[in-house]
Design a protein around this ligand. Structure first.
Ligand code: G3P
Ligand code: MG
Length: 268
């Protein structure tokens, strides 16, 4: 199905937001509230809703193939057992990654990064690529994932925004893809958020919505960083955050936020 676009969002190129072309709403793990997270069906569902960017999580299989998956273990979102990083690709590909969510999604496979990037670019969407790795795996995960991403992502499209909780992944991303933007992803803001962002050459800071207040958002933006907040499904909270100057929110329920994102000028 041809993706729909809300008119105001389509006109809003996001150029004021750190020059990243960010939309107001980023589909979290696709559209995780209405389709199984981090699956091709989820990315398609996001595009059908009119989502302009999605976020995904990338990790390495036991045999070093970048795959799109959030958890450490397989149980919650597949019919498999064990740790993802200890499972080879061939075994991961046997798993069902859709039926746990709804029988209608039975048969969804755990995507490789290559498949996901091809699908997302083909749907005309932008991407926040989160490198998901506990230390000390961050550096290798970023190097392998970005080698794949640079090969697959069309050179004529705006590059993905690469984020990670793992500082070693950000450092590796700065070497492997210096011209792709990076986001410092945190669970709670470190005291020296500005220094950390500078150290890894980040152009954005991604944090939990509950961490943010108007003065803090203004301070972060004053330091030249775009501000992204996760995970926001409530329209009222989204309005408040945009009002603070938050550039974009990650949402499992983008369909709830897109109608009010229209024409929202925030506090840019
Ligand atoms: O990238 C934003 C958000 O996805 C970070 O948290 O645990 O949902 O990957 P998590
Ligand atoms: Mg994530």
């Amino acid at each position: 199905m041809e993706p729909t676009r809300s008119s105001a969002d389509a006109c809003d190129d996001g150029s004021a937001r750190g020059g990243l072309g960010l939309p107001r709403v980023i589909g979290h793990r696709g559209a995780a509230g209405s389709a199984p997270e981090n699956t091709l069906a989820g990315f398609r569902r996001a595009a059908e809703m009119g989502v302009r960017w999605v976020e995904l999580d990338v990790q390495l299989s036991a045999d070093g193939v970048p795959v799109v998956f959030h958890d450490d273990r397989l149980e919650r979102t597949t019919n498999g057992r064990g740790r993802l990083v200890e499972t080879p690709l061939a075994a991961l590909r046997q798993l069902d990654a859709g039926a746990w969510f709804d029988a209608a999604f039975r048969g969804q496979r755990l995507p490789t990064l290559e498949e996901a990037l091809t699908a997302i670019a083909g749907l005309g969407m932008g991407l926040c690529l989160e490198v998901k790795a506990d230390e000390p795996r961050g550096g290798r995960t970023a190097r392998v994932a970005l080698a794949q991403a640079r090969q697959t992502w069309p050179a004529n499209r705006p590059p993905p925004l690469v984020s990670s909780f793992a500082r070693s992944a950000l450092a590796a991303a700065a070497e492997a893809a210096p011209d792709w933007p990076r986001g410092l992803l945190v669970d709670s803001l470190p005291d020296d958020w500005a220094g950390e962002a500078r150290r890894y050459g980040c152009t954005s800071l991604h944090t939990r919505a509950g961490e943010l207040r108007a003065t803090l958002v203004q301070a972060i933006k004053g330091a030249g960083l775009a501000v992204l907040a996760y995970t926001v499904d409530d329209p009222g909270l989204a309005e408040t955050l945009w009002g603070y100057g938050v550039d974009a929110v990650f949402s499992d329920r983008p369909e709830r936020l897109l109608p009010i994102a229209e024409g929202h000028t925030g506090n840019l």
